[in-house]
Structures are given as C-alpha cells and as structure tokens.
Design a protein around this ligand. Structure first.
Ligand code: ARG
Length: 399
C-alpha cells in the first residue's frame, strides 16, 4: 500500500508546492491538513480545493477557532503568559493545536509521515516535531524547506513548471503568522534592529498616536476565564474577538522586541495582540485582588515557566500538564469585574470589584474606624528582624 503523509497546510505558496514536492521525494500520497485558528483571510473551502488542485489525495480542513480560544488562549490568560515578559505566545499557542489535528488526521488516514513547511532557523519546526513526538512518535518527519533544498526560488519554479493554481507574484516583504490571539511579523527591513516599524506593518491595531475618544469597558471573569464584556455574556472566542476589536481600535498591544529563540538565535519580532494584552492586564489585576499573597508570589514563577515551556514547544510535556493543574487551581477565586480604559495604545485598569476579594477596606483604610491593631506590628518586626540582628552582632565580633 502507498504510504501517506499528513502535511500541515496553510494554503500559501510554500506548503502548496510542498504537496507535490513531498509526493515526488517520498513516493507517498499527501493528505493536506488546514486548521483555522482565526487567521482570517481565505474561506476554508477555497483552501481545501487548492490543496486538491495541487495534488493532495485528501484535504482535511477544520474550523478550530472555538477550540483554540477555549483550550489554548484561555489557559494562556490564566497563566498571564508573556515570554520574556512581553510576548503573549501567539504562534507558540497555535502550533500544539495544529499538532493535535495532524496527529488525529494521521491516525484516521493511516499516515506514516508528517510534513511541515518550516525552515531550520525558527521555533515552529521544534513545536511541530516535539509536539508530534508527544502525541504520535512513530510518525517520520518530512521538512522540505529545511531538509531538501526547497528554497523560495525553487518553490516558484516548481509551481510554474507544474502549473499550480497559486499566485507566485504575491510576495509580502514580511514573514507573517497570525491567528485569533495576535499577529507576528518578521524579516524585511525589520531585520535591521535600528529600523523602527512603519504603520504598514500593522493590521490588528490602529495607530495609537491618532486622536480619538478613550473607550471604557468592564471585563467579567469567572474562575480566571473572561466570560463577559460590559455585562454581555460571551464565549471565549467572542471575548477575544470583542477585545481585539475594541483594544485594537485604540492601538493597544503593539510589541517591538528582540527575542531569544529556542534555537539560540536572537531575532527581531513585531507583534500586535490587542485582545490578549488587554485581557492579560485585566486578569493580572483581578488576581492581585483575589489571590492570597504567597500563592500569588509562587504563581508568578509558575507563570513564567509555563510561558517558557509553551514557547519552547513543550505544550504536551508532563511538567506543562502539571503546571496547568496548578494554574487552574490558583484561578479558582479569580472571579469578578475589572474596569479598564483603552486609549493611546494602553489598557489601564481603573476599577476592581469581586465577591471573592481579599481586599479589606477596614484593614487598609487610614481613616478612623480601621480594624487593624497597629500595636501588633512592633512585635512582628522584632521577630522578623531577629536573624539580621544576630548576624550583625556576629559580623562585628569576627571582623
Ligand atoms: N517568533 C515567534 C514565535 O516563535 C513568531 C513566529 C512566527 N512565525 C512565522 N512564520 N512568522 O513564536
């Protein structure tokens, strides 16, 4: 029986050419798998037809937007996930979702191989292959761009020679990856890290420098999950879409950074993630009100590690799974409302309200009627400072 390859298919030039390229290279049949994680653009039926026209024996297309929002974006919000304190993991979150669908398609279509169009310089090759190693380790990997010289020029020549139905002239100066949670832009003039991004780079956000009225809104969370905006109940997908729209209109969530890739390269990345950045800011603030101090301190370390594991392609790893349990548990009381003002590229929290609040007005107030017994503080500080005091005495004796 002819072997089969499941190919992570985007509908673009590289993966369209990869269908025929892989078929020629391996003698196998290619099953194209295209996953919609909210990247917008083309209709899935158009993508499916193109895969077939390019020689795929089957084309699996799936609208996975709700799954992506609920099972990938929401956990990232609960973990306040920002790689290097800045990047909300946009691409890193979608890869494990695609991997899951590839593994399912591979089982269904009896594939023995999996293909992707990644280069050898990025994180995404690692995320695909490490993810598949965790879900379906028997699959062999074919990566024509990385391993068999499928350069851009050769891909165009291949497409022309075979008469593939793809527009090879539509070449963007940037490498772009986008989904529901945000947009990543690399290469072109951005590779000179002294060059500032121009307006042309952005698509999810309006220019924050333009004059406009501020937008005030209230986000409601239930156990760390954003469940409503301005009192209107929304699904995870709808919340992220609504926040992308409103925060994007105020220029919130533009990020220009030099990033440490897993493969050791530093790279210039421009991101825009309006909904993600506003929702993480709101979530963090509600945690500040509802999570006990020690748990909150510990969680900050867990959050950072969670983000690094996801960035590094270890979504399905045992450590990441265990941290998920911790993050979920730590979010148990993160329920309530956050009011924020979106304006001039910033999402600023201006109010918090929660039934599960640990903020006690009577303890905190400096007005009369407070319930905090200040005389307790003195004894506490004596005991707290004891080790420092003892070492000071020792140091003076021995110096
Ligand atoms: N550097 C980011 C990451 O590793 C974005 C990668 C985007 N991919 C792309 N093909 N432009 O998550």
């Amino acid at each position: 029986m002819t072997e089969r390859v499941v190919l992570a298919y985007s509908g673009g030039l590289d993966t369209s050419v990869a269908i025929g390229w892989i078929a020629e290279e391996t003698g196998a049949e290619v099953v194209a798998v295209a996953i919609d994680c909210g990247q917008g653009g083309e209709d899935l039926d158009v993508v499916r037809q193109r895969a077939v026209d390019c020689g795929a024996v089957e084309a699996v297309v799936a609208d996975a937007k709700d799954e992506f929002a609920g099972e990938y974006c929401i956990p990232a919000i609960q973990a306040n996930a920002l790689y290097m304190d800045r990047y909300p993991l946009v691409s890193a979150l979608s890869r494990p979702l695609i991997v899951k669908h590839l593994a399912e398609a591979a089982r269904y279509h009896n594939a023995t191989m999996v293909g992707h169009g990644c280069t050898g310089k990025g994180n995404d090759q690692v995320r695909f292959e490490a993810g598949l190693a965790a879900l379906f380790p028997e699959l062999r990997v074919v990566a024509p761009v990385r391993d068999s010289g499928m350069t851009r020029d050769k891909a165009i020549a291949f497409a022309e020679e075979k008469g593939l139905p793809i527009d090879v002239t539509k070449k963007s100066p940037y490498s772009i990856d986008q989904n529901l949670f945000g947009r990543a832009v690399e290469t072109g003039f951005l590779e000179d890290i002294w060059n500032g991004p121009i307006e042309d780079v952005y698509a999810y956000t309006d220019n924050p420098a333009e004059q406009r009225e501020p937008d005030e809104l209230v986000v409601t969370f239930t156990a760390g999950v954003p469940t409503a905006v301005d009192g209107k109940e929304l699904s995870p997908l709808q919340v992220v879409e609504e926040m992308n729209r409103r925060a994007g209109a105020q220029g919130v969530g533009r990020i220009d950074m030099v990033e440490d890739r897993l493969v050791g390269i530093k790279s210039r990345e421009v991101y825009e993630a309006p909904g993600a950045m506003a929702l993480i800011a709101a979530h963090q603030e509600l945690e500040a009100v509802t999570v006990e101090r020690d748990l909150a301190r510990f969680k900050r370390g867990v959050d950072q590690r969670w983000g690094e594991l996801v960035y590094d392609g270890l979504w399905f790893s045992p450590l990441k799974q265990s941290l998920d349990v911790f993050v979920g548990e730590a979010n148990r009381h993160v329920t309530g409302d956050i009011r924020m003002v979106l304006h001039g590229g910033r999402a600023v929290v201006t109010g918090r309200r929660s039934e599960a609040s640990l903020y006690d007005y009577d303890l905190a107030t400096y007005d009369t009627g407070d319930t905090y017994d200040q005389s307790m503080a003195r004894g506490f500080i004596d005991v707290w400072s004891m080790p420092a005091k003892i070492s000071n005495l020792r140091d003076r004796k021995h110096s």
